[in-house]
Design a binder for this molecule. Structure first.
Ligand code: CTP
Length: 396
């Protein structure tokens, strides 16, 4: 972040005061901040505080002749390495999505070719409103990174998603957007869909069938895809891992929920199915099963939908479909068989008999129609980076 320039647009919401904390954190990290305060933003924070913390003059109007003479607004919008809108109100999102340019902030957004990161904060109903959902989808489709707000108690007393994410999470998302050299922006404009973690299949209201998947490898891949500039949707089974910066996370529990979330997230350019999906579910009992009497209950298993195969053979097949194979024997042969069965371009095969679950490292082979490649033992982050390099190479 050091030496990079961030144009920070502060919108008019109660969370605007947190933008001041963000400015301090950015300055501490060595970034230059060019602050822009909207008319409504100025009702929540003063230009003076913003300017003092940013150590730079605040731009507030399109019609400030003196400021325009120093640096015109078109140049202003392009001189930055990243434009951050924080807080992005429902109104700002709507105007940006519609391409309206009726003040300095929206004019800058329309005039720029610099990457844009929006950090929404608003009332939970406003965030969930169909109009906002549509606007967010439009912006994301246009290549804008829109973070998901945090869930919690809101300034207005309601509870739900709408809170401004923590400063650290915003910083991480900014870092992910900036990290990139030219090569690392290689997936800009692409949508990547990743599944990760286990699924839990209910036996009754208190018990489930699960597996040892920790989600670490899938989360590392989602983070690496986001760092390469892709828009990432991460469908996560029940795991306790932080959401990587710049990634849209959808939490699910069962295989059927995961299948529905994956279907709803399509279309995508890239699918990486890392989740350890339970192959079978149980016809769940409506009430807790009790012991005693007629001996242990017999569980009837029903096969779950194969999510990877549905994507790989489906009508909206992403250009690149990648599956994982967890095997305890005949690694390459079993993985190769899954290529055709699942309609995948590559299968990343790992031997799970050797304590991979929950570990920080992995030993995988990439199996394609052309054969198998041993990637050797490596940290899960390194496996993710190598996989993303291979994805970039293939989609060139
Ligand atoms: N997979 C999936 N949906 C399922 C089962 C598996 O999407 N219902 C995906 C996994 O995410 C992984 C790949 O398929 O990318 C292979 O998973 P694996 O468990 O190794 O294969 P299975 O199809 O379950 O075959 P088997 O258990 O018989 O080896």
């Amino acid at each position: 972040m050091h030496g990079r320039t961030i144009l920070l647009i502060v919108g008019g919401g109660i969370a605007a005061f947190k933008a001041l904390e963000l400015v301090r954190a950015l300055r501490r990290a060595g970034a230059h901040v060019t602050p822009v305060l909207t008319e409504n933003g100025a009702r929540f924070v003063t230009a003076l505080s913003l300017s003092a913390l940013a150590e730079a003059p605040v731009r507030q109007s399109l019609w400030d002749l003196e400021a325009e003479a120093t640096m015109g607004h078109i140049q202003l919008s392009r001189a930055a390495d990243l434009i951050v809108v924080c807080p992005a109100t429902a109104n700002l999102l709507a105007r940006a999505a519609a391409g309206i340019a009726d003040d300095l902030a929206t004019t800058l957004l329309l005039a720029t070719d610099t990457p844009v990161l929006m950090v929404p904060a608003m009332n939970v109903r406003m965030w969930q409103h169909a109009a906002t959902r549509r606007n967010v989808a439009t912006l994301r489709g246009d290549g804008v990174t829109v973070l998901d707000p945090d869930e919690g108690e809101m300034a207005c007393g309601e509870y739900g998603p709408g809170r401004l994410p923590e400063t650290e999470a915003i910083l991480a998302a900014i870092a992910a957007q900036l990290a990139p050299t030219q090569a690392a922006r290689a997936l800009a404009g692409r949508h990547a869909l990743v599944t990760a973690g286990p699924t839990h299949e209910a036996i009754d209201p208190v018990r489930f069938i699960g597996n040892h998947s920790s989600g670490k490898q899938g989360f590392a891949i989602a983070a690496a895809l986001a760092a390469a500039g892709a828009r990432v949707t991460l469908v996560a089974g029940p795991v306790h891992l932080p959401t990587p910066g710049g990634v849209t996370r959808i939490d699910v529990v069962s295989a059927r929920e995961m299948a529905a979330a994956v279907d709803a997230a399509l279309p995508a350019d890239i699918a990486v199915m890392v989740a350890a999906v339970a192959d079978w579910r149980v016809e769940a009992a409506p009430a807790k099963l009790k012991k005693g009497g007629a001996g242990p209950p017999a569980l009837t298993l029903v096969e779950n939908p194969d999510i990877l195969a549905a994507v790989g053979h489906g009508p909206r097949r992403p250009r690149l479909v990648i599956g994982f194979a967890a095997e305890t024997g005949d690694l390459i042969a079993n993985a190769a068989a899954k290529l055709a069965k699942k309609g995948a371009d590559w299968i990343i095969a790992n031997d799970v008999s050797a304590g991979v679950f929950g570990a920080e490292s992995n030993h995988v082979h990439r199996v394609t129609a052309a054969g198998a490649e041993d990637w050797g033992p490596a940290a899960k982050d390194a496996v993710a980076a190598r996989l993303v390099d291979a994805i970039v190479e293939t989609l060139k």
